[in-house]
Design a protein. Structure first.
Length: 343
């Protein structure tokens, strides 16, 4: 629930608290939200600047950098990383600016594959015709050394700074690794069907890892967000791209997406609901354009189903407190505490 200043003013007008208390409470909440990412102009500037700097050293790396040679790239990346660590320490310990500190620390993690690539080039481990920018474009098992180094640096900086945004490059790297590991798992030239399967199972494992992190850090900052995001993306992407020749298989796909929405509601994680909703829309589109393309009743049936779901929402709202209390009472203590913290 997002509390607004006008709501506190209205509460003061009704005598629920004094005007002075309302202002003090608003100031306290405003100070608390400074380090919580939000859609305000200051945070937009933080993340825009951070994404430009991070993108410059990753997605938007130009071929011109190859002219520095392997050792040149390696030492430039080290110099950038050293400056980034100094800046992260300054933001965090001197200025108590958690969001800028996290962004700069992520910048250091993103430099890791560039540094490893430069080192490998300098040692002559890469053949001619390969460029660093391909790391973010092509799937290749030879990127694994860069990915493992990135995970190691990300883990060290996450341990050192305890900033949730540092989980983002770790999650992205795990996603990359899931695709690059496919040749090892299948010991052959890997086709798209195998990659879909790897994406599905790796995404599921990442979601389980995110859930474990969520449980462990339920009283701390949100360290699980990025793991959930890329885990669900990998799982849902692999699942949705799979071809099924049976109506039962497609119906199971619908059920899985419904389960994602339920999980999103229980864990208060929108990423589950977003992808679950996309999956349900995809299944309904299949029914409309393939199975019931000539049916007159199909739109009416869908309308009735939609209205029934809305009515179900009304019933839930009326009895939410009682039903929620009963459901949570049957859950393990750690999971119950997690749900209460996130809602």
């Amino acid at each position: 629930m997002n509390l607004k200043h006008a709501q506190l003013t209205a509460a003061a007008a009704k005598g629920l608290l004094t005007a002075e208390q309302a202002e003090q409470l608003w100031q306290f909440l405003s100070d608390q939200s400074l380090d919580t990412p939000g859609f305000n102009f200051t945070h937009i500037l933080y993340y825009l600047g951070g994404m430009i700097a991070i993108g410059a050293m990753s997605l938007f790396m130009t071929l011109g950098w190859e002219s520095f040679g392997g050792w040149g790239i390696f030492f430039i990346a080290l110099a950038y990383a050293g400056a980034g660590l100094k800046l992260a320490d300054y933001f965090l310990h001197r200025k108590q600016l958690l969001i800028p500190a996290g962004i700069v620390a992520v910048f250091v993690v993103v430099l890791t594959p560039l540094a490893v690539y430069g080192l490998q080039q300098g040692l002559g481990w890469w053949a001619e015709g390969h460029a660093y920018r391909d790391y973010h474009v092509f799937i290749d098992w030879r990127w694994l050394m860069m990915e493992l180094a990135t995970l190691a640096v990300g883990a060290v900086l996450l341990w050192r700074y305890r900033l949730p945004f540092l989980v983002m490059p770790v999650a992205v790297t795990l996603w990359y690794m899931s695709m690059d590991l496919a040749p090892f798992l299948f010991d052959a030239e890997v086709g798209w069907e195998a990659r879909k399967l790897v994406s599905l199972w790796f995404g599921l494992l990442m979601v389980l890892l995110a859930f474990w992190v969520d449980i462990r850090a339920r009283f701390e900052k949100d360290f699980a967000f990025w793991l959930y995001l890329f885990g669900v993306l990998a799982f849902w992407g692999g699942l949705s791209l799979m071809n099924s020749d049976s109506e039962l298989g497609r119906f199971m796909y619908l059920c899985i997406n419904v389960a994602l929405i339920v999980m999103g509601a229980v864990l208060s994680r929108r990423v589950f609901a977003v992808f679950g909703g996309l999956g349900i829309a995809s299944y309904l589109g299949y029914l409309a354009y393939r199975v019931f393309s000539d049916s007159l009743l199909f739109p009416f049936v869908l309308t009735v189903i939609g209205l029934a779901i809305i009515y179900l929402g009304i019933l839930w709202q009326r009895h939410e407190a009682k039903l929620s209390a009963g459901l949570r009472a049957s859950l393990p203590g750690a999971l119950r505490e997690l749900i209460e913290q996130r809602h």
